[in-house]
Design a binder for this molecule. Structure first.
Ligand SMILES: [Zn+2]
Length: 80
């Protein structure tokens, strides 16, 4: 597997693990600010088909918290 030199080269496939799917009816103040934002949390894994990196992502309020889980897939970390 080749290493992606920049994130531009990554081809990332996303697999949804779970999502809390609740409806938050928007409540706006007089300025149009949403006081009741969508509080659903989505968690998914992202796997780059090119370099094999894998991330675990938690997303809430449209902000994704991305953690690198593994640099390469198919490689065992335990040495023999
Ligand atoms: Zn990549």
């Amino acid at each position: 597997m080749s290493d992606c030199k920049t994130p531009d080269n990554c081809r990332i496939r996303r697999s949804i693990l779970s999502t809390t799917c609740m409806y938050f009816p928007p409540v706006y103040d007089g300025h149009g600010n949403n006081l009741n934002p969508d509080r659903n949390i989505s968690s998914y894994t992202e796997h780059c088909l090119v370099c094999g990196k894998m991330w675990r992502v938690m997303e809430q309020f449209g902000v994704a918290d991305r953690q690198l889980v593994s640099d390469k897939t198919g490689e065992q970390t335990n040495e023999q």
